[in-house]
Design a binder for this molecule. Structure first.
Ligand code: FES
Length: 264
């Protein structure tokens, strides 16, 4: 539990600003395939980490052993494609079925909303196809559709436009035109988390049948206790992971905030 608690401590913003003054990673993101539930964080080739050591004057910069030789060129298959993986969008406990919620994940603006007609959380592009208003500013209408706040267009769980209020009833069915549809990201709920696949290309529509999000059995095991929450922080995951791997800072940087041993 201590490790778990520590894992949720965050660095003060002053420390984060100091880290942000230099780029953290300078290597290409290539990795070996792994069955680890956290493959993206743990399996970079060791030789790549020698570059990481150079980013902070407080970190040992001399390698303790000669760097490993790069062994030939990597196959195309071994390149890590950031947009061909599942990503957590929100824990369900932080979502409200009555209102859409906007998030930025992987640099993409998405809206998460509960589709009561399909009994599923949906993740859409957070732009109305009409005038690009954020759909996250909209509402769930009486029929359970996502309604844009600007001119009231309504969308179903497949991204299809169900209603354009201004369109004449006896006119062409403009709401059914493809350009009136919202881009939908593949999504699913697992471990109490809404996940999305950051690509709306139709070829990924059924990606869940081929590849699933990493499963974390402890989150579904009642003998474990945990706390889940979402918080927007103004830096990348690299800085956060570095911070979480450094629990010795907690009694000092979080002095008086967290329940833990007194600093010496
Ligand atoms: S911008 Fe959404 S309905 Fe007009």
């Amino acid at each position: 539990m201590e490790a778990l608690r520590t894992a949720f401590t965050l660095a003060p913003s002053s420390l984060i600003r100091a880290h942000q003054s230099k780029p953290f990673f300078s290597h290409s993101f290539t990795q070996k395939r792994s069955k680890s539930p956290l493959p993206n964080l743990t399996q970079f080739p060791k030789s790549k980490f020698t570059k990481l050591n150079a980013i902070s004057p407080s970190v040992l910069t001399e390698p303790t052993s000669p760097p490993e030789e790069e062994t030939g060129s990597l196959d195309q298959d071994e390149k890590f494609d950031w947009f061909s993986n599942w990503y957590a969008v929100m824990p369900v406990c932080d979502l409200d079925k009555r209102a859409p919620l906007g998030k930025k994940v992987m640099g993409l603006d998405v809206v998460v909303w509960w589709d009561r007609n399909e009994n599923e959380w949906k993740v859409f592009d957070d732009r109305c196809p009409h005038r690009l208003a954020p759909l996250s500013e909209g509402r769930i209408d009486q029929q359970g559709r996502l309604q844009c706040v600007y001119h009231g267009w309504c969308f179903g769980g497949s991204g299809d436009c169900k209603l354009i209020p201004q369109a004449p009833l006896d006119g062409p069915p403009v709401h059914s035109f493809p350009k009136a549809c919202v881009a939908v990201y593949p999504s699913t709920m697992q471990n109490g988390i809404v996940w999305f696949w950051p690509n709306t290309d139709p070829q990924y529509k059924d990606i869940l049948t081929k590849k699933k999000p990493p499963y974390i059995p402890e989150l579904d095991d009642p003998s474990f206790s945990f706390q889940m929450f979402n918080r927007d922080i103004p830096y990348g995951y690299e800085v956060l992971i570095e911070n979480l791997m450094d629990p010795s800072h907690a009694p000092y940087a979080h002095h008086g905030i967290l329940r833990q041993a007194q600093p010496r």
